[in-house]
Write a protein that binds this ligand. Structure first.
Ligand code: NYM
Length: 212
């Protein structure tokens, strides 16, 4: 398939919804169809800010002001902005495992953190062409194999994050909700269908910027 620019596709969802597995499969399936695609994930732990973030997530004794860590997560996206823009403009699509919405969801549910404040550092980043939200009922979410050991990996926090994601899905024009409860292959096919149809739709339309 020949397209002008690449598509920016973001996969969001709570932990254990299968995002990472699906992202990898999607990149492979798209490349197999000659749609040049790369995988990215946030936080990108390979950069300078990524190392700080990874330390904060792993070491629960690490105390860092909630606004400071929020800005670090955002800076981690800005660090990758130019590279993403170049890839997209050169016709390479990106499948991105978490983006600004995870940043806003995980920070804004904390005490004394304001949603509007959390949105601001994300303004101006590249707007995804499509955000696919992988949802699970609380029941299915709780029955999936256990959380890891990092900060935020607990049921209460995940339930609150899920609500923020749902609010985005209800209000943003570029979101689509995908039930992630099926088999890996069935969910993969649903995601792939949505992505291919979006890639066909965008053609050579210019990249847009995030605004809230
Ligand atoms: N997270 C992720 C944030 O708190 N803010 C962000 O901006 C992003 C992108 O990091 N629990 C949280 C969500 C996850 C944690 O992500 C690590 P992952 O995808 O498990 O490496």
């Amino acid at each position: 398939m020949s397209i002008g620019r690449g598509a920016l596709i973001v996969i969001e969802g709570v932990d254990r919804s299968g995002k990472t597995t699906q992202c990898r499969k999607l990149v492979k399936s798209l490349n197999d169809r000659n749609i040049r695609t790369e995988l990215m994930n946030f936080p990108d732990r390979s950069t300078l800010t990524g190392e700080l973030i990874s330390h904060y997530l792993k070491d629960k004794t690490c105390t860092l002001n909630d606004k400071a860590i929020h800005l670090l997560f955002s800076a981690n996206r800005w660090e990758n902005h130019d590279k993403m823009k170049e890839l997209l403009e050169n016709g390479c699509s990106l499948i991105v495992d978490r983006y600004s919405y995870s940043g806003v969801a995980f920070s804004s549910i904390k005490k004394n953190m304001d949603l509007r404040w959390c949105l601001q550092p994300e303004v101006g980043l590249i707007k995804p062409d499509l955000v696919l939200l992988m949802t699970l009922s609380d029941e299915v979410m709780l029955n999936r194999p256990g959380f890891g050991n990092e900060r935020y990996e607990n049921v209460e926090m995940q339930k609150s994050v899920k609500e923020v994601f749902q609010t985005f899905a209800d209000n943003e024009d570029n979101w689509k909700v995908i039930n992630a409860a099926g088999t890996i292959e069935a969910v993969h096919q649903k995601l792939l269908r949505e992505i291919i149809s979006k890639i066909e739709e965008i053609g050579d339309s210019p990249l847009e910027k995030l605004e809230f």
